[in-house]
Ligand binder design. Structure first.
Ligand code: FE
Length: 148
């Protein structure tokens, strides 16, 4: 992926507008067959919230994920660094490759570039989380799912 961080460009003619949308109005999406074949869990879902295509943002993009009860976001890596903010539920986060850490609503997680991570929902409700990449469009992130 290309590093696409941009700061305020005072000479830019671009007039950006503030973008506001309700999470409830955004549709859930699911993995394609090809993505499932590459190791994605077909039961996880997500929403596209912020990216270059949606609102013209540059250097940052945001999605919202859901892991049903008993399900998991498989162990994976990707080149860009990422932030998770758990908004609902509880589970286990893969931490330092093999170790697990308990996570729950209100927790924020920083994942360095290329670091293995995954989440298992161990609670009684859907686990939901915001995820943030410092790139224009997280659709372009290449997920490498680690098969066990
Ligand atoms: Fe990730």
């Amino acid at each position: 992926y290309k590093r696409q961080v941009k700061y305020f460009d005072l000479e830019s003619e671009r007039k950006m507008e503030i973008f506001l949308r309700s999470l409830a109005e955004v549709k859930w999406e699911k993995s394609t067959k090809a993505r499932v074949a590459s190791g994605a869990n077909p039961k996880t879902e997500w929403k596209h919230l912020i990216d270059n295509e949606i609102c013209g943002s540059e250097g940052v993009s945001v999605g919202y994920g859901k892991i049903p009860v008993g399900e998991y976001l498989p162990l994976h890596t990707h080149e860009p660094q990422e932030i998770y903010f758990i908004t609902r539920g509880a589970g286990l986060l893969t931490h330092d490759d093999a170790n697990l850490k308990k996570i729950s609503e209100g927790d924020i997680v920083y994942i360095p570039c290329n670091k293995k991570h995954g989440i298992k929902n161990t609670g009684g409700i859907d686990l939901e989380y915001l995820f943030i990449f410092m790139i224009d469009n997280w659709d372009e992130v290449r997920y490498n799912f680690i098969k066990r």
